[in-house]
Design a protein around this ligand. Sequence first.
Ligand code: PEP
Ligand code: MN
Length: 263
Amino acid sequence: KANRLFHPENSIISVDGEKIGGKRLGIIAGPCSVESEEQIIGIAKRVKAAGANFLRGGAFKPRTSPYSFQGLELEGLNMLKAAKAETGLPIVTELMSTKHIDAFVDDVDMVQIGARNMQNFDLLKEIGKTQLPVLLKRGLSATIQEWLMSAEYIMSEGNENVILCERGIRTYETITRNTLDLQAVPVIKKLSHLPIIIDPSHAGGYTYLVEPMAKAAVVAGADGLMIEVHDDPENAWSDGEQCLTPDEFDRLMDKAKRLAEVE
Ligand code: PEP
Ligand code: MN
């Protein structure tokens, strides 16, 4: 179902009145983790003013260490709802367990399946039984075929609202957090009709890499970007070293939108 052979036109996915996959870039921005209502509302207002059309913020966090902050969970979802009520931005947030699917169907506009759960087949099948738009991140060491098969798990259950997100893969390189596979954009466009966006924040792992790779993604033909933005990066509860400040995000948006027009 993800294969372009059987669906020659590009898919455009509707998410609460917004669209991903059309001419306009889909820009998802916000902090790695929701930390408080004031934090998420403040950042939501800033990213909206800069041109984001979706708000991200992790409430359930897939941390490498069990001793790291695990997210505010359902309380975090409520804070995202408050930020949506203030700004109108649709909510994108990660689901880690089938036990929270009902809460996500009620409150979330696009559910993120994170890199670490890309092959959690039970989770994929259950989310496939809903019509909730799904942002499916590429696994840490997943091939493009494996990634498309994960999309297939969701789509074969009846949910065709899938958007792919390349967020860097694990290679022998250690200077950057991951290695951004920009070739995934034209490869996915060749093999599939699904939209693909790029997350340069998790790919690079450092703020200075975000702008050049975001611009390159737009020129490569990505349908959108996911960017981590925090108003106080040094004190962020997760991923502070890779986020942009709202001012930096604002400047990036100007540049990215101009590049998108040239394309
Ligand atoms: C995230 O978006 O905060 C995240 C944990 O991403 P990934 O699954 O790509 O590591
Ligand atoms: Mn993060």
